[in-house]
Design a protein around this ligand. Structure first.
Ligand code: MEV
Length: 319
């Protein structure tokens, strides 16, 4: 028997970093890039082999250590289902999602693996179960992540995320399009989250004020998405970016990409995710998208993905 399952990438639109301090954040799935896991039954006694095509690695599950993210999520899922610790399976993993760029490649691979294992034994996992298991593997890379990545990828819907509160998915009233530019520089999330924590400990009042301001922007962004006045998202992105710069997680290459997108007609732009590297996002329209894509590439982006967040009124973006 052969089972395949997939999971999308994700992008944070508003609220990164402040979300670690219990302010809200908004994130959406990016379905244009996917991770997939395929399970094939092997003959009895073969044990479990993990083949990660994009990493060029092939491992036996029984020899993977606690610090191996793929082995960890497979073991956690087998354990959850009370299955044999070393099933006779070949598990193949493929991903189109750039690694360490803020598109949630690790969480997407883990989600695809959890789904594939459940499906292979005839079960359909609840998003909540996937999210809980994937969070455990995310801890390996990110220390104590807020949980936003695993949540948006497991639910595969736009989410309003507040740490420790029940998940709320929502559908924007109107579709809008963003361009996602990969700076080509890895985003050291664990490091930026740690630096922000140390800076917050030194000057809690100032950082709490900035996190409050980010929280207000995220609330405003949600109202705008729900009312369909999506052009207003641009200035909100710009304000969020100013605050991200103030809290110390921007970097010159990201600022260059942001300026280039704005100069090419983007209604707003900001970094997305942990910062210092990773992605920049810009609000674009059908007419401005090609020029903004070009501007991003000219300003050093390694690749640009233009993706539409589908609203209630489908793909129609005008009146
Ligand atoms: C990283 O994708 C987003 C951060 O807010 C960290 C987190 O939420 O765990 C920077």
């Amino acid at each position: 028997m052969k089972t395949t399952a997939a999971a999308p990438g994700k992008i944070i639109l508003f609220g990164e970093h402040a979300v670690v301090y219990s302010r809200p954040a908004i994130a959406v799935p990016v379905v244009d890039v996917q991770a997939t896991a395929t399970i094939l039954d092997l003959s009895p006694g073969s044990g479990c082999t993990l083949i990660a095509h994009d990493l060029g690695s092939q491992l036996r599950l029984s020899t993977t250590g606690e610090d191996d993210a793929l082995g960890l999520i497979v073991r956690l899922t087998l354990d959850e289902l009370a299955l044999a610790a070393d099933p006779d399976w070949q598990i193949e993993i493929r991903s189109q999602i750039p690694i360490a760029s803020g598109l949630g490649s690790g969480a997407a691979v883990s989600t695809a693996l959890v789904r594939a294992i459940f499906h292979h034994v005839g079960l359909d996992p609840e998003p909540e179960t996937i999210s809980r298991l994937v969070y455990r593997s995310e801890e390996l890379h990110h220390g104590t992540p807020s949980g936003i990545d695993n949540t948006v990828i497991a639910y595969a819907q736009p989410i309003w995320f507040v740490r420790g509160e029940p998940i709320r998915t929502f559908v924007p009233a109107r579709s809008f399009t963003i361009a996602i530019a990969d700076s080509g520089i890895g985003s050291p999330t664990k490091e930026t989250v740690g630096d922000v924590r140390r800076a917050w400990q030194r000057d809690p009042a100032r950082y709490e004020d900035w996190f409050d301001e980010i929280g207000e922007i995220v609330h405003a962004a949600r109202s705008v998405m729900e009312s369909g006045e999506v052009a207003a998202l641009g200035p909100l992105m710009d304000r969020n970016q100013t605050l991200l710069r103030q809290i110390g997680v921007s970097a010159d290459p990201l600022e260059r990409l942001i300026t280039a997108a704005r100069n090419a007609g983007a209604a707003g732009a900001k970094l997305s995710g942990g910062g210092r590297g990773g992605n920049v996002i810009a609000l674009v329209e059908t007419e401005t998208a090609p020029a903004i894509r070009r501007a991003f590439l000219d300003a050093g982006a390694k690749q640009v993905l233009v993706t539409t967040v589908i609203g209630d009124r489908g793909l129609e973006t005008g009146d």
